[in-house]
Write a protein that binds this ligand. Structure first.
Ligand SMILES: Nc1ncnc2c1ncn2[C@@H]1O[C@H](COP(=O)(O)OP(=O)(O)O)[C@@H](O)[C@H]1O
Ligand SMILES: Cc1ncsc1CCOP(=O)(O)O
Ligand SMILES: [Mg+2]
Length: 245
């Protein structure tokens, strides 16, 4: 799976999910304070090991021990900006993959400016929803992901669409943030970021489809989604994953 020209497939999704479960990558998350638990649970049930500390004293050690890093701008303040800069420096110095979620950068010029500063530091992936990615615009060399009813991925050479998921994902706070954590777990076991992210999003989207068949609404959908993520396997992905060039 190292040929960067390759288009990812449903078979890859099953293989990478099995690789995450076998390798148990550590994912450090500088996650917003709203959805820390949900994100940590999402990483855990796909097979990764999350850590969430945002202490300035510890961040360098945690990132150094992690296999991938998730940076989320959802609840930003001066201290968190400083900690994010340290985390990104350590990840870049040691060649670890990192994903940046520019949550609500469309609400505040200051946040957009900080998101642009981080993009200049070469994140492996930038992922946001439609409103966020519209103001972000071009992300130069990074893999760019815009999620929504259809997820659109582009790395400058390839474009991939993921047609999985369910509208209830947009009614549960944190499904986008959780996807950043799951994508990071997949990047930790697969060097081609587009393949890793496409497979991760087909896994979360397929789990959402299964959860929706059991749930009565967004409230019961959330735990059903974690259950479906935990029991996802290659057979299910072969039937459901809709990864299209
Ligand atoms: N209407 C929809 N149908 C299917 N999947 C959706 C829908 N809306 C969002 N999703 C999925 O929910 C997740 C979060 O996407 P999105 O809502 O764009 O991000 P955010 O939560 O950051 O606003 C993604 O995995 C996306 O595929
Ligand atoms: C509501 C809110 N406010 C700050 S972070 C956050 C969660 C955003 O989660 P998502 O973008 O995944 O829905
Ligand atoms: Mg979001």
């Amino acid at each position: 799976m190292s040929d960067v020209k390759r288009q990812p497939t449903a078979v890859d999704a099953g293989l990478l999910l099995a690789r995450v479960r076998a390798q148990r990558p550590r994912v450090h998350c500088l996650m917003n304070t709203v959805v820390q638990k949900f994100t940590a649970d999402g990483i855990t049930v796909v097979g990764g090991i999350p850590s969430m500390t945002s202490s300035r004293d510890e961040i360098a050690d945690f990132v150094a021990k992690a296999d991938a890093l998730t940076i989320n701008l959802g609840t930003l303040d001066a201290e968190r900006r400083a900690v994010i800069r340290i985390a990104v420096d350590v990840a870049n110095a040691s060649g670890k993959p990192w994903i940046m979620d520019p949550v609500h950068c469309d609400y505040s010029p200051g946040r957009l400016e900080f998101a642009r500063e981080l993009i200049s530091l070469d994140p492996t992936i930038v992922r946001g929803n439609r409103a966020e990615m519209s103001v972000i615009g071009d992300t130069r060399a990074s893999l760019r992901i815009q999620t929504g009813p259809v997820d659109e991925l582009s790395d400058g050479e390839r474009r991939v669409s993921i047609r999985n998921g369910h509208p209830w994902m947009a009614q549960v706070t944190g499904t986008g943030c959780l996807s950043g954590g799951v994508i990071a777990a997949f990047m930790a076991v697969e060097p081609d970021a587009l393949t890793a992210a496409a497979c991760a999003l087909s896994v979360t989207g397929s789990a959402a489809e299964i959860a929706a068949t059991h749930a009565q609404g967004p409230g019961t959908f959330e735990p059903a989604f974690l259950d479906a993520l935990a029991s996802m396997d290659a057979n299910e992905l072969n039937q459901r994953a809709r990864i299209e060039a």
